[in-house]
Design a protein around this ligand. Structure first.
Ligand code: M6R
Length: 612
């Protein structure tokens, strides 16, 4: 999983040089991978490549990406899949004669076979990557066809796997050639220049006019023109696909916060407001509800945080509408497919809309005749495109690797669907439905208050928590997916082992680990019955010397049981993810910062996981 970008300029009056556009774009794509990076350009009649292992900002100082000459430049930021992070394995990759340079996001599954054939023909490989077969293949075809585009098309035809790829060549130095299958790619249309990139933030500084490249499309861009063909070789009338992005550039940069994660935590009131606005006008909600009611079996899936939102949805539909929805972790889809057939429905939750595990689950269910609903934050991404219908969160771009605002907005959309479902099946009356809708409409205000009353406590507690090695996150019922989300945040950005399970399970094993000063974080939903049950679990942990931390409604008797408390407004259990998650996000954030870690770029992780 990687970020790619290309810039081709015909009009030298653009504000930035192509090198500097690539460098700035790469910084915005760094969330997609950051173990190595590189750029290539055509300078005079020569191909120049600058690349290496390390962070973009350090490589810029060492190699001067932004100063590279030429008006056609491509760049790449890498997250290793084939071949360890190293100078040699960094992209761009080139052929034997230095005629072609390629950047690629995805995986070429048949690269070993292709590499063997090419080596037998005399090609010499420099890296361990799958990508390097591409420039060699193009070189090979060029030997026969003597035409760059035809050679590129021929090479793409033999690739198996996923790719968004860009190629430049000394033989046609005014163009960038591109192809796409299963990895994201957009084209940004400028005045006297054009840009290609994996994602919108990389180009937003230069243009708002974009085209989302579809699977199977192949073509090239020059400074003044775009040429695209589809899978069957038909010319694509790309002007039909141009859309204007209404995100502001400040949506995609840190806006004064020290980290994207903190900015994105604080953006939740705005994100929830926009999402509420969107869903309350979205006609697809009624269709989704009808699809659920018509379905024989309903499944919901996602990975990581999106699975937690899925699990929450299953609990809510059960309680409000008496509808059984089966939640499962996307990478485990094969364990469920034999139970799936026509008449069933799968809801796929994915903020990026590109997560390979979720995409594979979608395809497997679709193959068996199930209908598919997508819940995503990225319009036109792969999962919505391959679904029968999509509903969107409106969280805006999320750059921090840890999902924050996209989780709370996902649960808002899912709660809204559950309320409509309950109303449609007559499980709740109009008045009750109206109350829930008003509550969801108020969630932006509520979250804003929660953040302001808990941020200081999170900072204080991090002064102690940063030293611990392990923690439990416990709750019951609707609080369980929320506790799971809290544990995932602490693990992924503060590198503290954190485990979450329903509190009733303690006595079946996990309590054996609890000793003096062991932190146990209780998520206490606004529900008197659950509060009563949790009291027993708190007492059993206290008796073993645990430090009890709680996210608790301010008027709950459980406040007095806590060693540290995040006291939040009492609302309704339905919005537990929205009320109880931000304090956990803040706690993980400040603990990571206290440990001197970069919360935006946790080790071994990438924002969008487009590999299995
Ligand atoms: O884009 P998606 O929602 O499909 O991503 C799923 C997970 O990779 C993602 O939620 C991941 O767990 C985050 N790092 C959690 O903070």
């Amino acid at each position: 999983m990687c970020g790619i970008i290309g810039v081709v300029v015909s009009n030298k009056s653009t504000r930035y040089s192509p090198g500097s556009m690539i460098f700035r774009g790469l910084l915005r794509l760094e969330y997609r991978g950051y173990d190595s990076a590189g750029v290539a350009s055509i300078c005079g009649d020569k191909l120049i490549v600058l690349k290496g292992k390390g962070r973009i900002i350090d490589l810029e100082k060492k190699l001067g990406f932004s100063k590279i000459c030429g008006s056609v430049v491509i760049g790449h930021t890498r997250w290793a899949t084939h071949g360890a992070p190293s100078d040699i394995n960094a992209h761009p990759h080139t052929d034997c004669r230095n005629w072609f340079a390629v950047v690629h996001n995805g995986i070429i599954q048949n690269y070993l076979d292709l590499k063997k054939t090419l080596i037998n023909k005399g090609h010499v490989f420099k890296s361990d990557t799958d990508t390097e077969v591409i420039p060699h293949l193009v070189e090979d075809y060029y030997g026969v066809l003597r035409n760059v585009y035809r050679s590129f098309k021929q090479a793409v035809r033999v690739l198996k796997g996923s790719y968004a790829l860009l190629l430049i060549s000394v033989h046609e130095p005014e163009k960038i050639f591109f192809a796409k299958k299963d990895s994201p790619l957009i084209i940004g249309l400028g005045n006297g220049f054009n840009v290609l990139a994996s994602d919108i933030p990389a180009i937003l500084e230069y243009t708002r006019r974009i085209i989302t490249v579809r699977d199977g499309w192949i073509g090239y861009v020059s400074g003044n023109d775009v040429y695209i063909e589809d899978l069957d070789g038909n010319i694509v009338d790309w002007r039909r696909y141009v859309r204007i992005i209404d995100w502001s550039i400040s949506d995609a940069v840190k806006a004064g916060y020290p980290h994207y994660m903190l900015k994105e935590i604080h953006e939740q009131p705005r994100a929830l407001k926009d999402t509420f606005y969107g869903i309350s006008r979205d006609e697809n909600i009624v269709r989704v509800v009808d699809m659920i009611l018509d379905a024989e079996k309903v499944f919901v899936t996602g990975a990581g945080t999106s699975f937690h939102a899925s699990y929450y949805f299953a609990l809510v539909t059960n309680v409000l509408a008496g509808v059984m929805v089966y939640p499962f972790i996307a990478s485990e889809f094969e364990s469920y497919t034999s139970a799936v057939g026509e008449g069933d429905l799968l809801i796929v939750v994915s903020q990026s809309g590109e997560t390979m595990d979720a995409l594979k689950a979608l395809r497997a269910f679709k193959e068996r005749g199930a209908r598919i609903v997508a819940v995503s934050n990225v319009v036109d991404s792969a999962i919505p495109r391959e679904s029968d219908i999509a509903v969107y969160t409106r969280a805006g771009p999320e750059i921090g690797v840890a999902a924050t605002k996209t989780f709370t907005t996902q649960t808002l959309v899912l709660a809204w669907i559950a309320v409509f479902l309950a109303k449609s099946c007559g499980c709740i009356g109009d008045d009750e439905a109206r109350e829930y809708m008003d509550l969801l409409g108020d969630s932006a205000k509520i979250v804003s208050e929660t953040i302001s009353v808990t941020e200081y406590a999170a900072k204080k507690l991090s002064e102690w928590l940063y030293r611990v090695k392990s923690a439990y996150y416990l709750s019951r019922w609707i609080g369980v997916p929320v506790a799971m989300e809290g544990a995932l945040k602490l693990k992924e950005i503060a590198y503290i082992h954190a485990e979450s399970y329903p509190a009733g399970e303690s006595k079946h094993g996990p309590i054996a680990l609890v000793e003096e000063d062991f932190p146990v974080i209780f998520i206490v939903p606004s529900n008197r019955e659950v509060e009563k049950l949790l009291l027993g679990n708190i007492k059993e942990m206290k008796a073993r010397g645990a430090v009890i931390i709680g996210v608790v409604p301010e008027d709950s008797g459980l406040v007095d049981e806590m060693d540290y408390v995040f006291s939040i407004p009492r609302t309704h259990w339905l919005i537990t993810p929205i009320t109880h998650t931000p304090p956990q996000q803040l706690l993980a954030y400040y603990t990571a910062v206290r440990k001197g870690l970069d919360p935006d770029k946790p080790r071994n992780l990438a924002k969008t996981v487009t590999v299995e």
